[in-house]
Design a protein around this ligand. Structure first.
Ligand code: NAD
Ligand code: UD1
Length: 348
């Protein structure tokens, strides 16, 4: 089974790549490295070699908007008698704040890039895709836990591009219901790192998200955590989110591939989260208990665009994919901490 993994060098893609390779999949990574390091690929290979795992991994440095490149990837795969059976599509831009400043970049990379990819897949008769969508498409959470049939109402450009791609996938499936096999996974908050500390999250510049900021405070790379509001309508006043271990998320992709393989055609939109909501204060407390680090923090005003609570109903993923998240919040804290301590400057 040969998988084209776009964005395979990024935070989520690298964990999926490693898991697929461990499970005998032949993986072709396409990444422009605009938000990742080529050291990721080296680390994946070192890890697999250290475990004496034989693997088939190829990497192409390129852009999903480059149609000629995509054509050549599919043509070469066919000519070499190792056609791409399935695509896992993660390549894209993901910063909410940046998407509001540079909206056209987001429409270009995320939407046109995805359109390009789908056109090429259709041309070369590859009809199976797993797409990385986001919980951000739900916008303001009106009922908790959030089910897949919750209203779709994104409040930022990044979220709107994810909705546009989901709509494209929907139309494509409806155009020929016997042909396409499509799963759109709506991730909640993927955090933590591979337990080996060989791969993990390495944001460029100052992290926007809670977890990487917290681990950088823990090693002294950032001075203090700013908590964005202690006056939310939650148990302790801080924001509540659904944090899922990155390896649980990666396993959700493996389960998705198995599901697609068992079907003649399908279209499913599926939440991937832990199914639990934790507040910022709870995260800090668990992190301090798990690692023995003290996290200095100060309370700031609410961040624009934030909401009080958001966590997933994951019953559909459990039912359809026979998948369940296995790692605890303690494991998330430990793996995230070990990655940061062993790689204080990330991959550089
Ligand atoms: P990431 O930035 O670490 O990985 C994305 C990868 O795509 C990077 O390696 C980047 O270099 C590559 N890329 C970007 N533009 C490209 C292009 N035009 N052509 C080829 N490669 C390109 O992000 P991530 O956290 O691993 O997220 C992966 C996917 O999951 C993204 O689509 C993101 O929107 C989605 N997602 C992420 C989260 C999250 O919290 N991390 C949550 C929901 C959804
Ligand atoms: C952010 C994105 C969301 C994306 C998700 C996963 C925004 C507004 N939303 O969501 O679209 O799907 O990441 O990538 O950017 N917090 C602090 N201090 C910090 C950072 C965060 O207190 O330094 C709080 C936030 O207010 C929130 C929680 O921690 O309550 C989690 O924040 P974050 O990690 O940024 O994730 P989301 O807000 O869920």
């Amino acid at each position: 089974m040969r998988v084209l993994l776009t964005g395979g060098s990024g935070f989520i893609g690298s964990h999926i790549a490693l898991l697929l390779l461990e499970n005998g999949y032949d993986v072709l990574i396409l990444d422009s490295f605009i938000n990742s390091s080529s050291n990721v690929i080296k680390r994946i290979k070192i890890y697999l070699d250290s475990k004496d795992i034989k693997y088939k991994l190829e990497t192409i440095n390129g852009d999903i908007r480059d149609k000629k490149l995509l054509d050549s990837i599919f043509i070469n795969s066919i000519n070499e008698n190792k056609p791409i059976n399935i695509v896992i599509h993660l390549a894209g831009l993901k910063s909410v704040a940046e998407s509001l400043i540079k909206p056209l970049n987001y429409w270009d990379v995320n939407v046109l890039g995805s359109l390009n990819l789908l056109l090429t897949m259709k041309e070369y008769e590859c009809y199976s895709i797993v797409f990385s969508s986001s919980a951000t498409i739900y916008g303001l959470c009106e009922s908790l836990p959030i089910r897949e049939d919750h209203k779709i109402s994104p409040v930022n450009t990044y979220g709107k591009t994810k909705v546009a791609i989901e709509n494209m996938l929907y139309d494509l499936y409806k155009s020929n219901k016997n042909l396409w096999k499509i799963i759109s996974l709506r991730y909640f908050n993927p955090v933590g790192a591979h337990p080996s500390s060989m791969i993990g999250e390495d944001p460029i510049g100052i992290p926007n998200n809670l977890f990487p900021f917290l681990t950088q405070v823990a090693i002294g790379r950032q001075r203090m955590l700013q908590i964005y509001g202690d006056d939310w309508e939650t148990n302790d006043g801080s924001g509540v989110r659904d944090y899922i271990h990155i390896n649980d998320l990666a396993e959700g992709h493996l389960a998705s591939l198995e599901y697609l393989n068992s079907k003649d055609s399908c279209l499913e939109f599926i939440n991937l989260g832990s199914g639990h909501g934790y507040s910022v204060f709870q995260i800090i407390k668990q992190f301090e208990i798990s690692t023995g680090c003290k996290i200095p923090f100060s309370i700031q005003s609410r961040r624009d665009g934030d909401i009080a609570k958001c966590y997933a109903d994951i019953s559909k993923a459990k039912r359809l994919l026979d998948w369940t998240p296995k790692r605890s919040l303690e494991q998330i804290c430990l793996d995230g901490w070990n990655w940061q301590v062993n790689n204080p400057n990330g991959y550089s």
